[in-house]
Design a protein around this ligand. Structure first.
Ligand SMILES: *Cc1c(COP(=O)(O)O)cnc(C)c1O
Length: 217
């Protein structure tokens, strides 16, 4: 599908949910995609992109930014503490703050450099062993800890288990956010972004539906 097709589907889902036009940010997830495809989307005027590896992002976005202004880059994948400093130069938003130690490192470096990307805290709504994020039962405490550190927490993020109905996970994330007065909800991917928008997503992360299937070989 083209970017315009996806944008039309996003707008239709927003309107079907009775939400305000423009209330959802479409993050085009460009990980592993060939540069020509990414550049097509840049040329179409899109500026919000997501990457899940710091190294990969560092290899392509500084150069794209020389040609295209106002690129807004989101880190959506796991972050190691020793890469935090590098993310501050590359990314405007981090969606994957998933443990107190990482939150502490981010706070320390933010103090040092005098700025901090916007943050989403990742919640492991499916309580999966292999997935990052705090457990739903620990989310309130983690949010409070991050606030105590003065971190710019904008919302919560989740990646539902592949074999479960995603809307249940979106509803759970929305509930945790609401009771903590958090407005941002980073949820919904290529296969389920319409359902995420119905449940209140403010940021959807869409890769293959825009760029085509990823080639990991
Ligand atoms: C890769 C990825 C996406 C995009 O997935 P698609 O199914 O291609 O839309 C979204 N969120 C995260 C965290 C990802 O790693």
């Amino acid at each position: 599908m083209s970017l315009a097709d996806i944008t039309a589907r996003v707008d239709a889902a927003i309107s079907a949910a009775g939400r305000s036009p423009g209330c959802v940010t479409l993050i085009a997830v460009s990980k592993t995609q060939p540069n020509e495809r990414v550049e097509d989307v840049l040329r179409d005027g899109h500026r919000v992109f997501g990457e899940n590896r710091v190294q990969e992002a560092a290899g392509k976005w500084p150069e794209f930014r020389e040609t295209y202004e106002n690129v807004d880059l989101h880190l959506i994948g796991p972050l190691q503490s020793n890469k935090v400093r590098q993310t501050f130069d590359l990314f405007q938003t981090i969606h994957s703050v998933d443990r107190p130690k990482l939150a502490n490192t981010i706070a320390r470096i933010a103090d040092e450099v005098g700025h901090c990307p916007d943050l989403f805290l990742q919640v492991n709504t499916g309580e999966e062993d292999q997935k990052a994020g705090v457990l739903p039962a620990d989310a309130d405490e983690f949010i409070a800890e991050c606030r105590k550190l003065d971190l710019p927490v904008k919302g919560l993020m989740c990646i539902p288990p592949v074999d479960e109905e995603p809307s249940l996970h979106f509803a759970l994330l929305a509930k945790i956010a609401a009771r903590n007065d958090l407005l941002g909800l980073s949820m919904g991917m290529s296969s389920d972004f319409e359902s995420a928008i119905a449940q209140g997503a403010t940021h959807i992360r869409v890769g293959s539906a825009i760029f085509g299937e990823r080639d990991y070989t």
